[in-house]
Design a protein around this ligand. Sequence first.
Ligand code: AMP
Ligand code: MG
Length: 493
Amino acid sequence: MEQTPQSAVGKGWKLQHSYRSLPDKFFANQEPQPVKDPGMVLLNEPLAESLGLDFEDSEEKALAQLFAGNTLPPGSLPISQAYAGHQFGNFTMLGDGRAVLLGEQVTPDGTLWDLQLKGSGRTPFSRRGDGRATLKSMLREFLISEAMHGLGIPTTRSLAVVSTGEPVYRERVQAGAVLTRVAKSHIRVGTFEYAAQYLGKENLKSLMDYTVQRHYPHVARQEFPALAFLNEVIGQQATLIAQWTRVGFIHGVMNTDNMSIAGETIDYGPCAFVNAYHPDTVFSSIDTQGRYAFGNQSKVALWNLSCLASSLLPLIHENKEKSITMAKDSVYSFTDRYKERYEDMMGAKLGLDTPNENDRQLISDLMDTLVELKLDYSHTFLFLQGDFEPEEPSGFYHPKFQEWQMRWTKRVTAEGRPLEQVQQLMRPHNPQVIPRNHLVEEVLDQAVNGDIRPLYRLLEVLQNPYQVDSTLKPYQSIPAVEWERGYQTFCGT
Ligand code: AMP
Ligand code: MG
């Protein structure tokens, strides 16, 4: 193996390598491939601090070398992880084709956080890829993952972006970059599919034991640990997808390799946010059938979780029939668990505590009205909570919406609760700002053309997305209909 020099840049490094305790089929030793001329673009200091890392006295040049993978942090033993996955329904062998795990940083409270370089060069899993990433797509991941964190949604985080000084060849030549991703782990549904398909029961068991110990340690004591583990993952995903729905997030490429076992949003490729509400909304250029459309995400999660369940079958019960029955019951519970979380979440967005049967109708009538009048999803809730004044003419003054609003007002004020009090309760659930697609594209284009300041400002705004602040109006704008119609997002760029 070639030797990347270790450097003493930054204080507080405490890297472990627990993933290396797994059988060696689960990873390949892989150093990052050096880049020509690294330059620091973004560093997430609050995140560094929460990891116990301090870069205050570090020179920018040394930091750029570090986050480009030209030098390694003390104690790093980099690997690329193996995994498979169902991509748009088709099973394929994948693995980190352009990423290396530097190690797991142990924080002062004893938690492990994966530190991964993405865009760090070819690996044994690169297939036909170049192992690289574009600056625009890595800035996009930084911006949107940090926005999701600000919104209070479980997600991988972004510690740094460096430019590589090297070109990356896509449809046109672009600037290259490396992102440092921080995650509870990078274990995916596809990691279990890989073990089940290729490595046999013993190795599959090693993976499950490792994952349980790392993420769900209480499960180990249960009578059927594999089943209990599956139930935990199902619960995490039900919560996560409800959270996505809350803010109008469309992941865009919910392949099983992009579904985290720890329940974090992972892999910010073609993701986008809904403007005018419609469950069929899709922005991804390759999702021609709408498999990963906004309103389909809970169904796809169920599909992915059934892949996890199939992979776990040999570990659930020694009797195959029993194992299948237990797994099926568990997977089918997702639908009710998601529905429950969805209703609670919608209830909170609308100031309805514990929604009843009539409330369910009220919620679904609202969604139908939004579709019919093509109303903006986020604006709707801000309008109801008194934080948004639409410019006339507006669908919010359409008789159909007004009629719904009257029903809603009557319901939430029924027990003599003042409307202002209800609206106050709604505020923590309805963001004032989300990373609107047109604003994201605008700041990214400015950043790759040399002006990073608008991106900084947007990042700053998105750190406090629930704060009512009249100066944020420009960040609440919606794109022109023609812009929206032409908007496309892309995978793995
Ligand atoms: P993604 O669409 O980012 O989830 O990636 C799917 C698979 O393709 C993963 O195994 C990635 O590591 C791999 N991949 C994506 N882009 C590249 C690239 N430029 N070079 C090598 N592998 C890649
Ligand atoms: Mg992926």
